[in-house]
Design a protein around this ligand. Structure first.
Ligand code: COI
Length: 358
């Protein structure tokens, strides 16, 4: 289906941030996409307007019971002057997976993609060109019906904002940062039947305590274990986790507690194309430690829209650091990063049909 929207351009465009010092998610572009939902009209009145504060009554139900969701995707500038989105329909599918779980009304996939395209089209000048940068796109929906009571709302607001970004982890010298990861054995992120597979803010709010603990131990992120046994690896704070043990590349299966990442799916497809043995299977942290001891643990890396491919240098298990490989960027992590970011930015031919020009 084709959609068109009202576009109101800003009269006071902001200066663009310096691409050499871009932090993740700190600068926002000149415009945002806004759309309302009511039971009578469905999703309606989608428009691009100047970026700015929104009005929200204190009784808006999202502020009390957190009925909301979000997505994360990126737009890229190619060196020959084209503009690309990466697999936007995968995000559109996940919008409705999350919405169904959160009692948020479904959104037509074409409407979602059209809203994102309408905004990035207006914000093309904000897409940075420097290697390692991109325009991060953050669509989100929240309940703005005004009541106090634990019942699904009937009014929602959908907004898309954009932020020119560098790498998610600060890399002083540029390139990939090999991160230190804290294996969390006390707190849990998601249990079977919960919202672990959905992209909702509550999953991240509940994770901040463990994230703080990880930082205190000198780690960038947390590796979550399963809620039932605190034994099986699940995902890393902001991304999915992959373990290279012997000739097998292992990642946790999609059993309801981890996020079905678009980058995760893309990495699995690339690895299969390259004839790697990829297993979506449960993996105990003890198996990882044992593999480190017997020398078969070759690499760990995480995947995500923000994180892209983030190699893991060290894993802290029960207050002891295990060094992964030589503690630097593994060969497979580097190959995956070069291929994926290359496809996303048009530097590598997109044999997979993943990018969409706009
Ligand atoms: C993403 O990768 O898009 C996310 O939403 C993760 C977030 C922590 C930035």
């Amino acid at each position: 289906m084709n959609y068109s929207f009202n576009i109101q351009l800003t009269k006071s465009p902001k200066p663009k941030p310096n691409p050499d010092t871009l932090k993740f998610g700190r600068a926002f572009t000149d415009h945002m996409f806004v759309m309302e939902y009511t039971e009578e009209k469905g999703w309606h009145d989608g428009c691009v307007v100047p970026y700015g504060p929104i009005e929200l009554e204190p009784s808006s139900s999202v502020l009390h019971y957190a009925q909301q969701m979000f997505e994360g995707m990126k737009a890229y500038r190619t060196s020959d002057g084209r503009f690309l989105l990466f697999r936007p329909y995968k995000n559109a599918q996940r919008v409705n997976l999350t919405n169904e779980r959160m009692c948020i009304p479904e959104m037509d996939e074409d409407l979602f993609v059209a809203s994102v395209k309408a905004l990035v089209e207006v914000e093309k000048d904000w897409i940075p060109a420097k290697p390692g940068t991109s325009l991060y796109i953050r669509p989100f929906i929240f309940a703005n019906e005004t009541f106090i009571g634990v019942t699904p709302a009937t009014r929602f607001k959908y907004i898309v904002i954009c932020s020119p970004v560098g790498p998610y982890y600060d890399t002083p010298g540029g390139g990939l940062l090999a991160a230190s990861i804290y294996v969390e054995e006390e707190y849990v992120r998601a249990a079977q039947g919960g919202t672990g597979f959905a992209k909702v803010g509550g999953n991240y709010a509940g994770a901040m305590k463990a994230q703080t603990k990880a930082k205190e131990h000198g780690c960038e992120q947390v590796l979550w274990l399963d809620a039932a046994e605190h034994s099986y690896v699940e995902e890393i704070g902001t991304s999915n986790a992959f373990f290279v043990i012997g000739d097998e590349v292992i990642t946790a299966p999609l059993l309801g507690t981890i996020l079905p990442g678009v980058t995760r799916a893309s990495v699995i497809e690339l690895l299969q194309k390259w004839n790697f043995k990829v297993s979506e299977r449960r993996l105990r942290i003890e198996e990882v430690v044992k593999a480190s001891e017997d020398g078969t643990l070759k690499e760990i890396f995480s995947t995500g829209t923000a994180a892209v491919i983030s190699p893991v240098a060290k894993l802290m298990v029960k207050n002891n650091f295990i060094t992964i490989g030589d503690g630097g960027v593994g060969a497979l992590s580097q190959r995956l990063y070069d291929t994926l970011y290359g496809i996303q930015t048009g530097a590598v031919k997109d044999d997979m049909g993943w990018t969409i020009e706009f």
